[in-house]
Design a protein around this ligand. Structure first.
Ligand code: TYD
Ligand code: MG
Length: 470
């Protein structure tokens, strides 16, 4: 028998090296090179899935039909939205996220919905058939077992060769593999979840999707470092990458598109983890503002953009006298460095005395707001807490803060303002525009402000009618 050859593969970026290295030459991460057995050379068994493949042949581009591919109907609207409107036949989609966030739940719900029209095969390497059945029963409204569609097939299997045989037998239109980390190819000697197993399994499933027109959903766990399955290479193999994220202690879940060959990226779908699985939140802004205390100091509202979707979120700030030597700055849901910048500008340009104050900032609902457009609302929440004066309740604040204490314009302002108006907000404090290409929406009073100081003066003023620029 030939001696098994090994190689070293970076768990972060998938770089392969014949020698052991302490540091990956590609991505620079330390101690990430792990020894793996080299796959046998592609032989007869590799390649097309028997019985499903079609031979390829070059065609004139003029002969290729440009009709929009018909998508499989996906009755979960928030999910369909993130995919760009339904499931594309022959596409392969990776759904990543932390363990326990709700990936299996969401995909089982999807399977139950889609199996009313098309055959679906759910392959699990993580849970037993009985467990999945119990979950399915729980997910269905009314809890009645006879609501389970006949066309949903379930199998507990990790061996990819056998999975492909099951696919050939069931001939589903949608295949769900839960998860890619448990799927193994017996001819590879490395263990399940290793870079080569994950990469090879995904490539094989992609081949299946492309040759047969079956749509494939892969579930992948995100490692602590935030990369799917260790190697980023997986993201290049699939057509679409979605992340399910959220705070485990909060019920909201955001399904975010990171890459999409068939639709817009950075679309989000919003769900709430409920007793009966993932419930769609079709009006997230209302949900995020539901528990807000109007006229309490230390709270402000920003309109943030998640892809093309404006979301109103509440930002809370609290300042309290430092009891230890160094004042603390504690962000929850906003970027730490942006918080430091905002605090510095508030001290130097607005004259707020924060040197001996601990500053806490929290985004309500477990959301993460990373865009600079939230700077102004963060600053207002902090200033409001320090001065113990509430921010005007009917007003949203949108704008980036510059180091000189100026306010800077952010993108997609009209869409943000329209969303605020839709939810009944009467006024918006925004940066001054330099170009007046598009008129502001009519149904909200827009107050343009050049500086953070001016904006705060207005936001923290007792409610009093003002109009035009300040
Ligand atoms: P799961 O889908 O198993 O997570 P993942 O596949 O991403 O690891 O979700 C598990 C969590 O969801 C678990 O903590 C229980 C909770 N859950 C509900 O709150 N309601 C439900 O209806 C279901 C099925 C699960
Ligand atoms: Mg799971």
């Amino acid at each position: 028998m030939a001696k098994t050859r090994t190689q070293y593969v970076c768990q972060q970026c998938g770089r392969v090296s014949p020698r052991e290295l302490g540091r990956c030459p590609q991505c620079g991460s330390w101690n990430s090179m792990v020894e793996e057995v080299v796959a046998p050379p592609p032989g007869a068994s590799k390649g097309a899935v028997r019985g499903l493949s079609a031979r390829s042949s070059p065609r004139r581009i003029s002969d290729i039909s440009e009709d929009v591919e018909e998508r499989l109907l996906l009755p979960i609207g928030e999910f369909a939205r993130v995919l760009g409107g339904g499931v594309v036949p022959g596409s392969i989609v990776l759904i990543g996220g932390d363990p326990g966030i709700g990936k299996s739940t969401l995909l089982l719900q999807t399977a139950l919905e889609m199996a009313h029209r098309d055959p679906v095969l759910y392959v699990s390497g993580e849970e037993s058939e009985r467990q999945i059945k119990m979950r399915a029963v729980r997910l269905l409204r009314g809890g009645a077992e006879n609501n389970i569609p006949d066309n949903l097939f379930l199998v507990t299997e990790t061996n990819l060769d056998l999975i492909l045989e099951h696919v050939a037998a069931v001939k589903p239109r949608l295949l769900i593999v839960d998860s890619i980390q448990t799927t193994t190819l017996p001819e590879l000697e490395s263990s399940a979840g290793s870079v080569s197993q994950v990469r090879e399994s995904a490539s094989r499933l992609r081949e299946l999707a492309k040759s047969s027109g079956i749509s494939v959903f892969l579930i992948g766990h995100v490692t602590k470092e935030g990369t799917i399955a260790g190697p980023r290479v997986l993201e290049h193999i699939v057509d679409t990458v979605l992340y399910l994220e959220g705070d485990r202690f909060q019920s909201y879940r955001l399904l975010r598109s990171i890459k999409n060959r068939f639709g817009a990226t950075s679309e989000v779908g919003v769900f709430e983890m409920s007793e009966r699985g993932m419930a769609e939140i079709t009006n997230p802004s209302e949900a995020f503002l539901a528990e807000r205390m109007v006229n309490a100091p230390g709270s402000s509202i920003v309109v943030t953009m998640e892809g093309t979707r404006p979301l109103l979120v509440e930002i809370q700030g609290l300042t309290s006298h430092t009891s230890f030597g160094n004042p603390r700055r504690t962000p929850n849901g906003v970027d730490f460095n942006r918080l430091l910048l905002t605090v510095a500008v508030l001290s130097r340009r607005v004259g707020l005395r924060l040197a001996e104050q601990d500053v806490f900032v929290n985004v309500v609902g477990g959301l993460k707001v990373s865009e600079p457009a939230a700077d102004l609302a963060v600053a207002a929440a902090i200033a409001s807490s320090t001065r113990d004066v509430p921010v005007r309740a009917d007003t949203v604040l949108i704008g980036e803060i510059g180091l000189s204490g100026e306010l800077r314009m952010v993108n997609q302002m009209p869409a943000r303002l329209r969303e605020a108006a839709k939810l009944g907000f009467k006024a918006a404090i925004v940066p001054r525009r330099s170009r007046r290409s598009e008129p502001w929406p009519e149904d909200i009073q827009v107050l343009e402000s050049r500086s953070l100081r001016q904006a705060l003066e207005f936001a923290l003023l007792a409610v009093e009618e003002k109009s035009g620029a300040i």
